[in-house]
Design a protein around this ligand. Structure first.
Ligand code: SF4
Ligand code: MG
Length: 336
């Protein structure tokens, strides 16, 4: 089937001393083979937790995927996988790269050996074979003088080069799905663009599906096929990249669009929006965005908006979709 990953009604809670934090609340989405889906929202919106749930990488100590959640990878129930199958899934079917490569690379081990180790484990390669393949992978991620770099330690490389090494390790198992959680956030703007270009190129060459997790709607414009905007543990709007940029209907999406730094303007990071997301420890009443929403109506504070479909690919959770809601100049709202 063309659907690679299917998630339905995913809810995740963290049990803390203060109580149950409902970090993800009934999230449903799918990823097709070879496509790129972006999760966009502020920190704490549930995007990383959703991404980690897919690989069952949440901390066992206090995280709980709630009953009724469904995650299937290529038709197989991820929530029923035993440890052996999970290890295969993580090293063979799905790979993940994170914001800070230093935390995932072993600082005391040459990068070549780290890639070779991954190849031996996940692809059963012999030493010689793995070394050749490691050099090839560094070449694929455009690290100059790849073979020579195999003997470098992580601290000898720049941040951008280290992220390329992480991508090489992630690709070492030829994953069908690559999950990239804020992969460029720690890098400066030029390097950021280079890494995104690289991921784009790899996506086309290797036909890998990608989930890109980011707080920055700006980075996904030329990258994602579809976007899901998350807020307070829910998907508040989803659509194709064109639909989100040109036809978005949710006030939070407009705030994200308006926070993309424009030319000659320094980053303002949702400053225009103000306020903070709700505390997910407390029960939510009404639309979680209501306290920050310039379009909030009386109904928004009392009831939770359900999903309205705008097209096969586009849906939105907002009472402005109600036939009795006031008229809005949508184009003006998107322009900010
Ligand atoms: Fe704003 Fe109401 Fe829509 Fe929530 S439901 S985003 S408060 S208009
Ligand atoms: Mg995060």
């Amino acid at each position: 089937s063309k659907v690679l990953l299917n998630v339905e009604n995913l809810s995740v809670s963290f049990n803390t001393y203060a109580g149950e934090v409902k970090a993800v609340r009934g999230v449903s989405f799918h990823v097709n083979r070879g496509e790129t889906l972006a999760f966009v929202g502020e920190s704490g919106c549930g995007k990383s937790v959703t991404a980690k749930s897919v690989m069952r990488l949440l901390p066992k100590r206090n995280a709980e995927i709630k009953k009724g959640s469904i995650i299937t990878y290529d038709g197989e129930d991820v929530l029923k996988m035993d440890n052996k199958r999970l290890t295969q899934l993580r090293g063979g079917d799905i790979s993940m790269i994170f914001q800070d490569p230093m935390t995932s690379l072993n600082p005391t081990m040459k990068i070549g050996n780290q890639i070779i180790e991954a190849l031996k484990i996940h692809r059963n390669m012999s030493g010689k074979e793995a070394k050749d393949e490691a050099a090839k992978l560094l070449d694929i991620v455009q690290i100059p003088e790849a073979r020579k770099r195999l003997s470098a330690y992580p601290h000898e490389l720049s941040g951008g080069m280290r992220q390329r090494v992480m991508i090489a390790i992630a690709l070492s198992c030829s994953p069908n799905l690559l999950i990239a959680d804020e992969p460029t956030t720690a890098l400066d703007v030029t390097i950021q663009a280079q890494i995104l270009d690289l991921l784009n190129k790899l996506k086309e060459e290797l036909d890998t599906a990608i989930i890109l997790v980011t707080h920055d709607l700006g980075v996904v414009a030329n990258f994602a096929d579809r976007i899901q905007v998350m807020y307070a543990g829910e998907i508040v709007e989803e659509g194709t990249t064109r639909e989100i940029f040109n036809e978005s209907r949710h006030p939070y999406t407009w705030a994200l669009l308006n926070s993309i730094p424009k030319v000659n303007q320094k980053d303002q990071d949702l400053r225009a929006l103000g306020g903070t997301p709700p505390d997910l420890l407390l029960p939510l009443k009404g639309c979680p965005f209501a306290p920050r929403c310039s379009k909030a109506m009386a109904v928004c504070k009392m009831h939770h908006p359900s999903k309205t479909g705008k097209s096969d690919t586009h849906s939105v959770r907002c009472f402005l979709e109600h036939p009795n809601a006031p008229e809005i100049d949508y184009d003006a709202m998107r322009r900010g």
